[in-house]
Design a protein around this ligand. Structure first.
Ligand code: ATP
Length: 239
C-alpha cells in the first residue's frame, strides 16, 4: 500500500511555545491510523497543522502532492477533511441542511452528484435519514457525532481526520460511532483518528502512533500496540 498522507518533520507551536518539535507519520491509502496520547500531548494541534489551520514547518504531502504551503480551503478541495472536537454543526439548522452544506466545499459540483452523495450518506447513516428534519442541536451526542462525520463525507474526502470522536459519549455509543468509522474504511476512505480513548481507537485502527509531549514515543501495528506492556499500563489500564 502506498502512503496517502505523509508528514515529514512537522513542527509547530503557539508563539514561542513549541508543542510539536518535529514529527513524522504516514497514513496508507485505505487504512485507519490512530494517534493516541495523554491530555495536552499535541494531538489537536497536529490535526490542525495537517489541515492548514495552524502554521507549521516541515512537509505535508497528500497523494504525492506537496500541500505544505497550501491554504486550508485548497487542502479541503485536495481531499483533506477535519471533523473537529467541537463538531461545529449548524445547531439551529436541520440535519438535512447540515448535510447539504457539507457538500459545498467541492469544486464544480453538479446537483445530481450532490443528491447521490446525500443518498449514499443516508444509506450509511440511516438514523440521520429518520431525523433529517430535526434541528441539529436537539440530537443526542452520538447522533451529533454521526452527523459531523456524515457531513464531512459530503466533501468526498480522501483522508478524513477525526479529533476525539468519542469525547463525551457513553461507552456503548462510542462503540457504535467507531464501528461506523471502521465501516467507512471499508468503503475506501482513509482515516486519521486522534483519541484519548486508546482502547477503542486501537480496536479499529490498522496502525497507531503514541504521542507524548509532541513527540512520537512509540508506533506500530495497532494490534501490537494494544498488547504492549507500556501502552497497557499507561493508556489502557485494568479492564
Ligand atoms: P487534549 O486531548 O486535551 O485535547 P491534545 O493532545 O489534543 O490534548 P493540544 O490541544 O494539541 O493537545 O495541546 C497541546 C499543547 O498546546 C497544550 O500544552 C496546550 O495547552 C497548548 N495549546 C493548545 N492550543 C493553544 C492555543 N491556542 N494557544 C496556546 N497554547 C495552546
Amino acid at each position: 500500500m502506498t502512503a496517502l498522507l505523509e508528514v515529514n518533520n512537522l513542527s509547530t507551536g503557539y508563539g514561542k511555545a513549541e508543542v510539536i518539535p518535529g514529527l513524522s507519520l504516514e497514513v496508507k491509502a485505505g487504512s485507519i491510523v490512530t494517534v493516541i496520547g495523554p491530555n495536552g500531548a499535541g494531538k489537536t494541534t497536529l490535526l490542525n497543522a495537517i489541515m492548514g489551520l495552524q502554521p507549521s514547518k516541515g512537509a505535508v504531502t497528500l497523494g504525492g502532492r506537496d500541500i505544505s504551503a497550501t491554504p486550508v480551503e485548497e487542502r479541503l478541495v485536495a481531499g483533506l477533511c477535519l471533523v473537529a472536537e467541537k463538531r461545529e454543526l449548524f445547531g439551529q439548522m436541520s440535519v438535512a441542511d447540515n448535510m447539504v452544506l457539507g457538500g459545498y466545499s467541492r469544486r464544480k459540483v453538479r446537483d445530481d452528484s450532490r443528491e447521490r452523495d446525500l443518498e449514499e450518506a443516508y444509506r450509511q447513516f440511516p438514523r440521520l435519514l429518520e431525523r433529517r428534519h430535526q434541528v441539529a442541536n436537539t440530537l443526542s451526542g452520538g447522533e451529533r457525532q454521526m452527523l459531523a462525520i456524515a457531513r464531512a463525507l459530503m466533501s468526498r474526502p480522501k483522508l478524513l481526520m477525526l479529533d476525539e470522536p468519542s469525547l463525551g459519549l457513553a461507552p456503548l455509543i462510542v462503540k457504535e460511532v467507531l464501528e461506523k468509522v471502521s465501516q467507512l474504511r471499508d468503503t475506501g476512505v482513509s482515516i486519521l483518528i486522534v483519541e484519548q480513548n486508546a482502547r477503542a481507537a486501537l480496536q479499529i485502527a490498522d496502525y497507531g502512533y503514541v504521542l507524548e509531549s509532541g513527540t512520537v514515543a512509540m508506533e506500530g501495528p495497532a494490534a501490537e500496540l494494544a498488547g504492549d506492556r507500556h501502552i497497557i499500563e499507561t493508556y489502557l489500564g485494568a479492564r
